[in-house]
Structure formats: structure tokens, C-alpha cells
Design a binder for this molecule. Structure first.
Ligand SMILES: Cc1ncc(C[n+]2csc(CCOP(=O)(O)OP(=O)(O)O)c2C)c(N)n1
Ligand SMILES: [Mg+2]
Length: 388
């Protein structure tokens, strides 16, 4: 008996399969394009059933907090020039991300910020002076993290990803529906702690939203030198984590996407990864000269995508904002900045020895020795002053 090629194909299970089975990886992938609900000029784009637009009063509040946030940011940069702050990393241009993300979580949820998120913290309602205490060099963290359910701002890149996974897992383990929102920059997604945090959260279905603000730079290193992935959101599939990309300068889209991601985590479905495409308008910090690694035309192109102007145009067109409301919010922002200036100009008396408090629950022998050394130096300096 001869076997024809057709007979071989008929007998082969591969050849018989006509329907492609559902690919579990596909459901985890982000849309190919970032979600966008407002065009660059502030005009609405077609509504999306999967990302319903937040209520008008929520958008009004989003706008108000973005305006206050930007004013806070400008004031903080000015305080570096006056020597009141040691350093300040501005998030100008990232207002939609900073404010949209914190509006998507509850006060009872936990936020894990980086050094970039001072604006997000004031938008969460934390006292701006307490937020800036770390950058003034007075204290490790100016607010009480447990009271405001916000971890200290992390400078070691990506470590907050692990902390967020642990806290979220612990909360779920104890039967609470707390969600942890972890901010992270584009550059920090190359760190091992990002991998460990997202992987742990995925395996244990910890309710964490990992929110990557892709502002295109890690100090001077551009995104092209950071990753070969089609977009940072695509990293989710490797961990079994669903993800989405969003236009990070579209405040309405950021809030809508984050709201859905938070609902996913709260429903016990595990972590969610969101990548926001945005831009850092200012240098990395006041100590950086960004003109050495990027050109002005690039910055100007992003100036045209200003998130505050975009939301204002939209809300005016919808009748949610008018001249009077815009002026009233601008006035609130000025008063907020004036109060911040006055309080930051007060010279708080800080005990240098307090530097050693709260480093460990039980201080190590080295820490005790160092504390004693500083105490002796201070006592000697005081004695010298007394002699003089
Ligand atoms: C583990 C670690 N390595 C290096 C640094 C130095 N460092 C501070 S900020 C930064 C860039 C991070 O860029 P990105 O994650 O994109 O956040 P962005 O500053 O743009 O918000 C680097 C390399 C650090 N703080 N921690
Ligand atoms: Mg960055």
C-alpha cells in the first residue's frame, strides 16, 4: 500500500486542527496603541466601553489637583534655589500621571512612591511641608507612613516594587481588600527588584498596580538604551500579568485606565501593569543639565501636549469649567504656594542625633558607636563655643 501526502496530512493531528485554541498570552497583552480618550487639542475621542469616562465632578477635582500640583512643583524648585531644599526632582509635565493615579485609589489603599512622586503625595492630601522634609535633609521621612498609608519615597530604584508586593500579599492574607499602587520609572524597570516584585505579586496574586511612568529618560539615559521590548507594558506577559498602555498626558485616560487596573487588583485577580507614555519637562533634578543629552525641539514638542491645558480645554467645552472656576483654582494654588513658602522658611530645630533613631528597631553596635561619636563631636563644639 502506498501512502499519499494527503493521507499523511489527514493522519497528522497537527493537520487536523483547524481552530486555533485561545492563546492565554493574548489576553495579557496591552492594546497596540496607548489608550487615549482626549485628543491632543483637548477634544474628546470616541468613547470606549472598556474605559468609561469618570464623572464630571471627579474630572473637575482632577483638574484642580493638577493645577495645585504644578504650583507646588514650581514652588519646590524655587526652594532649591533659595537653599531651602537640598535637591528636588520635578514632575512637571507628568501631572496627569501623578494626580490621576492617586485619585484612582482609596485612602485605605497603600501608595508606594519614588523620589519623583512629591506631587502625587500632595495630591493624596499629605501636608506639603511633610512631603519636603526628606529633601530638606531634616528627617528620613516627614510624614507618618502608616497614618497616610503611603510608604516613604524610595530613592533606591525599584525597591518599592518588592515592598508593595509584600504589603499587598499581607493585606489579602488577612482578608482585607487593600490595593497597593507602586509607582516606578522607565529606567527602574531594568532593575532586579522590578522583576522580583512583579513576579512575586503574579505568583501569589497580590493586589498591586504597578504604574510605570515612562518619561523617556533615566537621568541622561534614553529609553532606547533601556529596553528592547516593544513597550514597557509588554513586560507583563512574561510574568502572567495583564497590562495596558495609556497616553500619560491625557488625564481622563490615565484616571480611567488606573481605575480599571485598581478594580482588577481589588477583585482578587492579581497584579496589573500600566505603562503611561509621558515626558519629564524639567531636568532630572535641579542639579542636572538636561541640555547636555536632549535637544530643545524634543522638549517643545512635548510642551504642546500639556496635560493641564488639555483637560482645561475639554472641561470648558463640556461646561464643567468656566473663567470664574479657573481663576478661583489659580487663586487657591497661589495661596497654597504662599503657605508652603512661609512654612518652609521657618528654621526648624532638628536634633542631629535623631538621625540615628528608627534606622533599626534594635540599633546595631556600629550605629551606637557612630551615634556616640556624633554626640561627642557636638559636645566638643558646644564647649568650644562656650570658651569663645
Ligand atoms: C539601585 C539604584 N541605582 C541607581 C540609582 C541612581 N539613579 C537615581 S534616579 C536614576 C534614574 C531613574 O530613572 P527612571 O526609573 O526612568 O525614573 P525617573 O527619574 O525618570 O522618574 C538613577 C539611575 C539609584 N537611585 N538606585
Ligand atoms: Mg524615567
Amino acid at each position: 500500500m502506498t501512502t499519499t501526502p494527503q493521507a499523511v496530512r489527514r493522519a497528522s493531528p497537527r493537520a487536523r486542527r483547524t481552530v486555533t485554541p485561545p492563546d492565554p498570552a493574548r489576553s495579557l497583552l496591552p492594546d497596540a496603541e496607548p489608550v487615549r480618550l482626549l485628543a491632543q487639542d483637548g477634544m474628546p475621542l470616541p468613547a470606549r466601553a472598556d474605559y468609561p469616562e469618570p464623572a464630571a465632578e471627579v474630572l473637575h477635582e482632577l483638574y484642580r489637583r493638577m493645577v495645585l500640583g504644578r504650583r507646588f512643583d514650581t514652588q519646590a524648585t524655587a526652594l532649591t534655589k533659595q537653599g531651602r531644599l537640598a535637591v528636588y526632582p520635578s514632575s512637571r509635565g507628568q501631572e496627569a500621571c501623578q494626580v490621576g493615579a492617586v485619585l484612582a485609589v482609596r485612602d485605605t489603599d497603600w501608595v508606594f512612591p519614588t523620589y519623583r512622586e512629591s506631587m502625587a503625595l500632595v495630591a493624596r492630601g499629605i501636608d506639603p511641608v511633610e512631603v519636603l522634609t526628606l529633601l530638606r535633609g531634616d528627617w528620613h521621612c516627614g510624614y507618618d507612613p502608616t497614618e497616610v498609608r503611603t510608604a516613604p519615597q524610595c530613592t533606591p530604584l525599584a525597591t518599592q516594587c518588592v515592598h508593595a508586593a509584600g504589603l499587598a500579599h499581607g493585606e489579602a492574607y488577612q482578608g482585607r481588600d487593600t490595593v497597593a499602587l507602586a509607582f516606578i520609572g522607565d529606567g527602574a524597570t531594568s532593575e532586579g527588584d522590578f522583576h522580583e516584585g512583579v513576579n512575586f505579586a503574579a505568583v501569589f496574586k497580590a493586589p498591586v498596580v504597578y504604574f510605570v511612568q515612562n518619561n523617556k529618560y533615566a537621568i541622561s539615559v534614553p529609553l532606547s538604551r533601556q529596553t528592547a521590548a516593544p513597550s514597557l507594558a509588554y513586560k507583563g506577559v512574561g510574568y502572567g500579568v495583564p497590562s495596558e498602555q495609556v497616553d500619560g498626558n491625557d488625564p481622563v485616560a490615565v484616571l480611567a485606565v488606573l481605575t480599571r487596573a485598581v478594580a482588577h487588583a481589588r477583585a482578587g485577580k492579581g497584579p496589573f501593569l500600566v505603562e503611561a507614555h509621558t515626558y519629564r519637562m524639567e531636568p532630572h533634578t535641579n542639579a542636572d543639565d538636561a541640555s547636555r543629552y536632549r535637544d530643545g525641539a524634543e522638549v517643545d514638542a512635548w510642551r504642546d501636549r500639556d496635560p493641564i491645558a488639555r483637560l482645561e480645554t475639554y472641561l470648558r467645552a463640556r461646561g464643567v469649567l468656566d473663567d470664574a472656576a479657573v481663576a478661583e483654582i489659580a487663586e487657591q494654588a497661589e495661596a497654597y504656594a504662599a503657605d508652603l513658602r512661609t512654612r518652609m522658611n521657618a528654621q526648624p530645630a532638628v536634633d542631629p542625633l535623631s538621625l540615628f533613631d528608627h534606622v533599626y528597631a534594635e540599633p546595631t553596635p556600629q550605629l551606637i558607636e557612630q551615634r556616640e561619636q556624633v554626640r561627642a563631636e557636638l559636645a566638643a563644639a558646644r564647649a568650644e563655643e562656650g570658651d569663645a
